[in-house]
Design a protein around this ligand. Structure first.
Ligand code: 13P
Ligand code: SF4
Length: 348
């Protein structure tokens, strides 16, 4: 099918964004706004059942807990002890008494679990599951920015490396970014790395100057207003829910912007029955579970190939071989723990 499509296209027809460079890494190809994957996204149910049984057996033997982000593949969501957004997962990581934490999410999430639990074994089942936005700012560049704005506190989105957190005053997630920025007495703040989240916070915080960083999420930038307009025309009763990592015009057009867990909470308590989901489409598995009987429409192109790297086989291997252990220098852990714990203490 893909070969046929490719053959019928000239190079000029192929609309590729920076994701083209990712083909080898994440096996993702975007053609005309549609995603094609070279690995199976639909493993057969018998294989899934057998792998899930094995994972649950190993999890017991290892006295492990599996933490999974809301964007994980359906079959990985099903074996997770706790599913949630970045904030909820950090809270769970900070209070678990399991010996081993298997973190099914992207790199910065597993690192945060290690920072909060330096004495525990934290496993990241697939090292290719990296968040490109988190890689858009590094500690050296942040130090330079701090030198240009002396005295301005640094608010780092949790989608950052441990080294960047070590240079940070307080972390935030999309669930509490507004609250955290509002809680700071300072007039000027440095906000890294997501420009869109920074602009979203600015809507609610008018009395501060923001120094923003040009970072962005490729997945949420793939959600374009034109697609939402089309979906709304097809489903006029549907409410449009998007993530604050979306661009400002998408947020303006949507009915609400929430963190992933915020979207779930809103849908569960809403009297509405149809929703256009403007974030990673794997969220819809969780929504179907938490609010069955409602109808969800995915936005074309809203896929995070990085989150999808982790498979059940990876989780089984992680538990069997105790791989891949997150190791961080102790001084980075010590410094990065401060802004993360401040973020957790601030609440949602
Ligand atoms: P949440 O904190 O809303 O789950 O978002 C994490 C993320 O990476 C969104 O792209
Ligand atoms: Fe990173 Fe975007 Fe994927 Fe979230 S959806 S993990 S911000 S690339």
């Amino acid at each position: 099918m893909l070969v046929g499509r490719l053959a019928s296209l000239t190079l000029a027809h192929i609309i590729c964004r920076e994701e083209l460079a990712d083909i080898g890494h994440s096996k993702r190809l975007i053609l005309h706004g549609k995603d094609y994957y070279t690995r199976s996204d639909n493993p057969d149910q018998r294989t899934v059942n057998a792998l899930q049984t094995k994972v649950l057996e190993l999890k017991k033997q290892r006295q492990a807990i599996i933490l999974g982000h809301n964007y994980q593949r359906k079959e990985v969501q099903e074996i997770s002890d706790f599913l949630g957004d970045s904030y909820g997962l950090s809270v769970q990581a900070s209070k678990t008494d399991a010996k081993v934490i298997v973190f099914c999410g992207v790199d910065f999430m597993a690192e945060s679990a290690k920072i909060l639990n330096p004495e525990k074994t934290v496993l990241h089942p697939n090292l290719k599951a990296k968040c490109p936005m988190a890689a858009m700012v590094d500690a050296k560049s942040l130090r330079e920015l701090k030198a240009e704005h002396p005295g301005a506190p640094v608010v780092s989105y949790v989608n950052t490396s441990a080294e960047v957190k070590a240079e940070t005053d307080i972390c935030c997630t999309s669930a509490n970014a507004v609250k955290i920025v509002q809680s700071l007495p300072d007039k000027k703040i440095i906000f890294v790395p997501d420009t869109n989240l920074g602009l979203y916070v600015q809507r609610f915080v008018k009395d501060k100057e923001f120094v923003l960083w040009p970072g962005y999420c490729p997945t949420h930038m793939n959600i374009v207003k034109e697609e939402l307009v089309k979906l709304k025309q097809q489903h006029p009763e549907a409410e449009i829910l998007v993530h604050p990592e979306c661009s400002p015009d998408v947020i303006d057009y949507a009915d609400h912007a929430f963190s992933t867990e915020g979207i779930i909470r809103h849908v569960v308590s809403s009297p509405k029955t149809e929703f256009i989901i403007g974030t990673e489409e794997n969220m819809i598995h969780r929504l179907r579970k938490e609010a069955p009987g409602k109808t969800y429409y995915a936005v074309p192109g809203a896929t995070c190939p990085n989150m999808r790297e982790i498979t059940l086989e990876d989780v089984r291997d992680a538990l069997e071989k105790l791989q891949y252990k997150i190791e961080l220098p102790s001084d980075i852990i010590r410094k990065a723990k401060v802004p993360l714990e401040r973020m957790i203490a601030a609440g949602r």
